[in-house]
Write a protein that binds this ligand. Sequence first.
Ligand code: CA
Length: 420
Amino acid sequence: MQHAVLSDIGMRRAVNQDAACVLLAESQAGWEKYGHLFLVADGMGAHAAGEMASRLAADLIPHQYIKQQSALPVEALRKALIEANAEIYRRGQANVEFRSMGTTASLLALLPEGAVLAHVGDSRIYQLHGDQLYQLTFDHSLVWEMQAAGEVTDETARSGVIPKNVITRSLGPNATVQVDLEGPFPVTVGDRFLLCSDGLSGQISDEEIGAFLRVLPPEKAAQIFVDLSNLRGGPDNITAIVVEVVDPTIATHDKRATFSRRQPFDLSKFSTALAVVTAVCLLAALVLALWAPALAIVAGILGLIALGTGFVQVIQSRGPSDDGSSRYGKGPYRHFKAAASLALFEHLAGTMKALREAAEERHWKIDWSAVEPTFRHARVAAENKDFVTAVRMQSQVIIELMKQIRKQRSDATSDSAIDL
Ligand code: CA
């Protein structure tokens, strides 16, 4: 298991109200019981309240989870969020400064049965599995809820008419909370997970998230997520936990772990031949009914057998079934193809160009020679259609440039050193 955690204040905020927590099991026995835990919380509330709420979630939830020793892991996850909610609510009520403080909480547990999630709010958990990026969590935001209720079209939702940052569920503001449980999802070696706050998912598209997770190791992926979010304005705090599964012992063999769900009846799968046989037999039965009742009965029975056989085939063609008790939630909610592309490389190259212009205009001292060879390497790879190498190299260029800019920014006495 490799992982990286980064939390950044962003470009516009005075405080970082995000919190993150990683709790790895220390032994095989510990893992079998509790799994490895990863959590992102995004706090909201005036002044110190948001920080307090997300900090409490990050501290209380793992603690409460471990405390529920006798419960099933999934039930323990739910209880942990419910207990944390009660405590954050209690503290909010006790102090006027913290009144109605809240936080999102997205918790991933990698357990022997697979990846299991407990989630409230609009932070997200993604899983890269093969060449697909899955969003495992539902955004508890106004726009997602309205879309799910069919009150707005996908197009309206994307247009930005409904503000994206209105969240419908969080820990803290109310005495009770409804917790989403999801999973178990299958885990295989090479899978990656991203837990992030909306400061990241609001700035970086799902396609980009998939591509970076696919081609970069966890530390580099987390860094490029933070750097790109900042380069795009960094309007909010940015938090990323990237996990890569490298240990085959934590891969799932449990058949309950699946991405697909029982599908509805699909009558188009009804065999054409059987449909014809059914129709002919039943029609013959009707016609024969008047002057050869015995033959009509035989034709009728044959028709019903054909009909029954057709339905059995339709039922069997449905996806893997689950017994309903071992599966939680309706995730994954969306999925995307994850691939490094020429477009992504060109975008990163464009970002570098913009940085160069900004640097010249503002007289930043940047050592361009440090990145030139890598950039040339990336360019050649792109020309040879090796977009994996091109994106990997160009990400390295952005990371190096941002490192230099951050250093200048922290060296400068004013905060005006960077304003892209
Ligand atoms: Ca946020």
